[in-house]
Design a protein around this ligand. Sequence first.
Ligand SMILES: [Zn+2]
Length: 393
Amino acid sequence: MALKECDNLRHRREQALTACCMAAAAEADLALQPARRAAMLMDCLAVLRAAHPAADAAQWGMGDFRRALRGPLALLLPATTESDDGLGTLCLFDEDGLVRDALQDLCREHLVPQVALDRHWSWPRLRAEQEERRLYEILRRLDPHEYRRARALLAESPAGPVRELRRAWDQLWMRFDFFEAVSDWPWCHLDGWWYPCPTCRWPMRVVRRAGEVEVRCEAHRARGVHYRLSLEPVAAGAAPLLVGTGSASDPVVGLPASTEHLALSRPVWRYGVLPTLLEIELRDRLQGLEHVQVEMWPGELRPDEYDLKITLSPPGRRTSYFRVDAKAWESVDGLARALLEREPTPYPLIILLPNHQEHEVEFLKERLAGRRITVTTLKRLVARIEKAAGGVR
Ligand SMILES: [Zn+2]
């Protein structure tokens, strides 16, 4: 297939995906007036039709669209003859008919802005790479000391009472305008309270299904951060109690979901906080290993290029360097495209994914073939370096 045609098909698949994500969000928003929801779905369907060759498009009715939205997306996306991009097997709803947690991120990572949809949405106007760039442009304006401080704060203070945040962020507070009021995020409210994840400290999602209430961190659910609402009564005016149901469900206490409580915006959490936590975990796992030196956030000139430099100098062998850039995108296909659009780095780069994306490592490697980029997970990289260093602490 000619390159241009291939780009065009990719663009149309992403255009269709954008329409599907927005339609799923409209379906899932219970607060929406029925007439408004119907208007949104009509506009999504129009965008979807426009993404398909004329002959296919005529067949799509609203009923077909809404039914197909609940299955794997292959049916709704323009057919591809290219190697699989993984989008066809995506599902936007789970087996209980609830919309998937990371819908907004998925949309942002494949976003094709649509004039027809503009009037309905405020959230995903910018593509993920633009959000990521905006964050790193602000970080890059800081001096190296402040830059490292800001990276540490992303991990330590991403949400909480405004007074505490202001104190923690201190000098950086006015320069870092990425906080939003938790009161504006109904998805994390439980009877007027919100619960920070014990791992990332960002608000956890509250999911109601068949009479049960589940509270879970979208990013750390796979690592066992999930809870259910306790049946024990609580005193009037106190936060409902949660019972841990996962292996990493440390006790959490509810905080008032008021305008006095803020959290970093969702894109900053996903593209700033989560990779920072991954880097810190990598550093901690390598701590104390003989012949291994880890430098955090050393890229003072171009801080967005890599976050962590590992120097491995086993006695009698050549010193080797690992430059690591952690990523926590929902869609590795979206991540691949963003990385390919970036200028190649003059040194080999390691893209570090969370362990739960292990099954996507090969796919991403294939997409990045020809670049000086290796792809690995935290677990794999730690094992590799431990082995190379002789495993002595
Ligand atoms: Zn979390």
